[in-house]
Write a protein that binds this ligand. Structure first.
Ligand code: HGY
Ligand code: MN
Ligand code: MN
Length: 418
């Protein structure tokens, strides 16, 4: 039996499932979901438990300046750039038990499987918890840890980002460091030999086709906007329509106009979401003088992202009526293809383990999109029930989670001995 096969065989389905259920208690919601916001007490506790687990195996732990947590299993070539694998522990406000945390627990389970199977590798392997992947949950910016690590965003800019309570990332990280007493610091960034992220698909394809493994080929691009409308608070009983500057009515006209343009039926490839919609003063007897909404627009084709995204401002202005409107593009990420040998390594590991599989595009964003700018990168998807995610009912099976972890363990051995 090859070392890759031994590593896969040493993955323990029950142990992996138990750890998911244990982590799901950190931020558990009454409806069965998880609310574990970036760098909050539950997120810090999740990291602390991972450090406890790591120390039990003698794996070295370290924290970098943006709070990324690295758990390292040494290789025979101690100085060689490591192979990395990981994801995120933070969730959306009404998140599920598997988004992000699966990739972290699969990474840890793979390290434990190698250790228990006494498999030596040339390169070190590091399991990683990337800070604050979920944009718009606590902080407005997502993939903070991986984008800082990859040099995509300046660390100083990220540390200044604040949540709705005005707490900065820098201040929140003080709580994280306090929870991880004794974990040494390490500089931001390093050479990486390869990176793999395991994740639930967050879409319906694998389950609908009865498949177990998704070999991710690319992550689609995204453009995000904030639209703010300024009208005038007025009395609901005395203000005629002619005199109103109703920010809510203007916002509704804008969203309707945008939806007409951003629908590409029957191909249904465009992903257009208004996830946040706020008005003020939010009082029944007052004509709303202020409204804001967000746009999350995604597509696999850069030309479509440009063509449609560039229309947002004009479409909003055309519907503003007597109100003033400000359109701000808050982020833009190009489609990221996984063009290295890593998807092939993943696919052949899945084939050797005889898992039904397909090549698949990721509709969701992931930390892997930034690692792909640094090193050969790939992702392993496993099915989730009805493709539901960013929802408290998100679900997956122990068998599928273990299958993805076996493919991960085998792929890591191959990459760490390359
Ligand atoms: O929004 C995303 O694509 C990711 O799940 N945060
Ligand atoms: Mn995720
Ligand atoms: Mn997510």
């Amino acid at each position: 039996m090859t070392d890759a096969a031994k590593a896969a065989a040493a993955v323990d389905e029950d142990r992996l499932w138990r750890r998911h259920m244990e982590m799901a208690r950190l931020g558990a919601t009454p409806a069965g979901g998880v609310r574990r916001l970036a760098l909050d007490a539950n997120d810090n506790e999740a990291r602390r438990r991972l450090v406890d687990w790591a120390r039990g195996f003698g794996f070295a732990c370290a924290l970098d300046p943006i709070g990324n947590l690295f758990i390292r299993r040494e290789g025979s070539l101690r100085e060689a750039p490591p192979v990395m694998t990981g994801s995120h522990t933070d969730t959306q406000p009404s998140g599920g038990k598997f988004d992000g945390i699966y990739g972290v627990l699969a990474a840890c389970e793979a390290l434990e499987a190698l250790e228990r199977a006494q498999i030596a590798t040339r390169r070190p392997i590091e399991a990683v918890v990337w800070t604050c992947e979920e944009g718009g949950a606590r902080f407005p910016m997502g993939t903070m840890g991986s984008s800082a690590f990859a040099g995509v965003r300046p660390l100083a800019d990220i540390l200044k980002v604040t949540d709705d309570a005005g707490i900065s990332v820098e201040e929140a990280l003080r709580g994280t460091r306090a929870a991880l007493k004794g974990v040494p610091e390490r500089p931001l960034g390093c050479q990486v030999a390869a990176f793999i992220e395991a994740h639930i698909e967050q879409g319906p394809e694998l389950e609908a086709r009865g498949l177990t493994i998704g070999v991710v080929t690319a992550i689609q691009g995204a453009r995000r906007f904030l639209v703010e409308i300024a009208g005038e608070d007025a009395h609901a009983g005395t203000t005629t329509r002619a005199r109103r500057k109703d920010a809510l009515s203007a916002a509704v006209r804008m969203v309707s106009a945008l939806e007409r343009v951003f629908h590409d039926d029957p191909t249904d490839t465009v992903r257009f979401t208004v996830g946040r919609f706020r008005i003020s003063p939010d009082a029944p007897a007052v004509v709303p003088g202020h409204a804001l909404f967000t746009i999350d627009f995604r597509h696999p084709d850069e030309a479509v992202l440009t063509k449609l995204g560039d229309q947002v401002e004009a479409l909003c202005r055309a519907q503003a009526g007597p109100c003033a409107v400000t359109v701000t593009e808050t982020s833009r990420s190009r489609p990221v293809p996984f063009t290295s040998h890593v998807p092939d390594v993943i696919e052949s590991a899945a084939a050797r383990l005889d898992y039904a599989r397909m090549r698949i595009l990721s509709g969701a964003g992931h930390d892997a999109m930034h690692l792909a700018k640094l090193c050969p990168t790939g992702m392993i998807f496993v099915p989730c029930e009805k493709g539901i995610s960013h929802n408290e009912t998100e679900n997956a099976t122990a068998a599928d989670l273990a299958a993805g972890t076996r493919v991960l363990a085998a792929s890591l051995v191959e990459l760490a001995n390359a």
